[in-house]
Design a binder for this molecule. Structure first.
Ligand code: SF4
Length: 467
């Protein structure tokens, strides 16, 4: 067999035995709030909320399209009459807003989801609030960027970190990072929001300087919310970086199944506010105490051991969803980018040379010169637009699944029509690479185990111990 192919296969075999976990910025932020809270999600699978984020997701979709359209077109720095510009942007966005609301409602009805009567009103209110915040504070302080990218997933394998950034503003001398929140933060900005913003800034440093600790390209980071903009002070950002790195390491070790001591926060933000998470936390704290005191019924103890074995097997699957990216990184470190891509192409892990043909709803058709496309229907792929000077895993990208491969054409199904619209604006004009990828279903797989665990406790632990 060709040595190039053997080399790629050996890399896969080696990495399959290693831990290929990545920690998401939102998970790092949770671990910073309380490490115990992170463990409730992984490995316990106790999701804290059943909330439907339809309104927030719709606003994100709208912002992701409007940023490089009406917002960028009407950007005036040092603006005094911000109300007039807000009105103009809102008016010029109405076609985009209405189309996205209609598409979202169509999907929600198809999926039989509950939609509040005030949905449309809420989306419009929040969008107008975000635009007001931007014109009043952001545009006043910062110049019009030369380019805007939205919903950018960046993967930094070396530091086990991944995240999706709402928007990046590009300037000739660096970048600005934006995060939208669909709720009002005027009274207080919580730790979680601040930490997620800074964790994402580390990823942006990596995208622009290939080093998360190189701040020379960083102009600003901010959270845009319903009533304004929050800019963390430079000292705050720098001060929190060490905490973020420590908690990223903690989260990574938990995912890898290593034993790590949890540090509870001095002030428990969930217990003290009486929010949903606390009862799950108390449940597992009681479980651990009873186990330590040797009071758990034998049958229950046996079941919990099985639950944990299953949970860690699921976490292993989560690590495997990142395997292809780890292989790409490892081969690039070994051979350099061009040679690594050539070897991966040879074995069919990635394909190059595609150009965009046309799209219909969520479907996009690409073609290339030859008909040797090594992808099968139902495969998940990452469509990467190769940007000059950026490492492949920090270039602009979207995820889709393969629907059909015929001759020299491939049909991909994107997550939504909005994802297609966004990709058409910022991705399809670049040289396209299709990289094999996987779906991450960890949360939905862990959750039933958590529910069984609680059910088993109700049935098998004597009532006098359940206090
Ligand atoms: S209840 Fe308090 S200690 Fe427990 S997970 Fe939540 S924040 Fe952490």
């Amino acid at each position: 067999m060709n040595t190039d192919i053997i080399d790629v296969r050996k890399t896969y075999d080696y990495l399959r035995k290693c831990q290929t976990h990545l920690v998401q910025s939102s998970e790092i932020a949770t671990a910073c709030v309380c490490q115990n809270l992170f463990k409730l999600d992984y490995p316990f699978g106790a999701t804290r909320s059943d909330k439907d984020y339809l309104v927030a997701n719709t606003v994100h979709d709208i912002m992701s399209i409007c940023m490089s359209g009406p917002i960028l077109e009407n950007w005036h720095s040092g603006l005094e009459n911000y109300e007039k510009v807000t009105k103009k942007i809102v008016m010029e966005s109405s076609e985009i807003v209405n189309t996205i609301i209609k598409d979202t409602l169509d999907i929600a009805r198809r999926e039989n989801r509950f939609v509040e009567d005030t949905f449309e009103l809420q989306v419009n209110d929040i969008y107008n609030g975000l635009i007001m915040g931007m014109t009043r504070r952001l545009m006043k302080k910062h110049e019009r960027p030369s380019r805007v990218l939205t919903e950018v997933t960046i993967t930094n394998i070396k530091d086990h970190h991944e995240g999706r950034i709402d928007a990046i503003l590009e300037y000739s001398n660096g970048y600005g990072l934006l995060d939208w929140k669909s709720y009002d933060l005027s009274n207080t900005i919580s730790g979680r929001e601040k930490w997620q913003l800074i964790a994402n800034t580390l990823l942006a440093n990596f995208r622009y300087r290939r080093n998360e600790d190189d701040w020379t390209g960083h102009n600003f980071s901010c959270i845009i919310h319903n009533s304004g903009v929050y800019f963390p002070k430079t000292e705050t950002t720098r001060k929190e970086v060490e905490r973020i790195k420590a908690n990223r390491k903690f989260a990574h070790m938990v995912l890898c199944g290593e034993r790590v001591r949890v540090q509870r926060p001095k002030f428990c933000p969930v217990c003290d506010k009486g929010l949903e998470g606390s009862k799950e936390c108390l449940f597992y704290q009681r479980d651990a105490r009873l186990a330590y005191e040797g009071k758990l019924p034998a049958q229950y103890e046996k079941m919990t051991k099985q639950f944990f074995a299953k949970r860690y097997a699921i976490l292993k699957e989560r690590a495997e969803t990142h395997l292809h990216k780890h292989v790409v990184y490892s081969l690039i470190c070994k051979h350099g980018e061009e040679e690594a891509l050539r070897r991966l192409e040879k074995i069919g892990i990635l394909c190059r040379g595609f150009s965009f043909d046309f799209d219909i709803d969520e479907k996009v058709i690409f073609s290339r010169a030859d008909d040797n496309i090594p992808l099968e229907p139902r495969r998940i792929v990452r469509i990467i637009g190769m940007e000059e000077g950026k490492s492949i895993l920090s270039c602009i990208n979207e995820q889709a699944s393969v629907m059909e491969v015929r001759n020299n054409k491939i049909t991909l199904s994107f997550r939504s029509k909005i994802a297609v619209r966004r990709a058409k604006r910022q991705l399809f004009h670049l040289p396209i690479i299709l990289l094999r990828d996987e779906l991450n279903l960890t949360r939905s797989m862990l959750r039933p185990i958590h529910q069984f665990h609680k059910l088993a406790a109700d049935v098998l632990i004597p009532a006098e111990l359940l206090v």
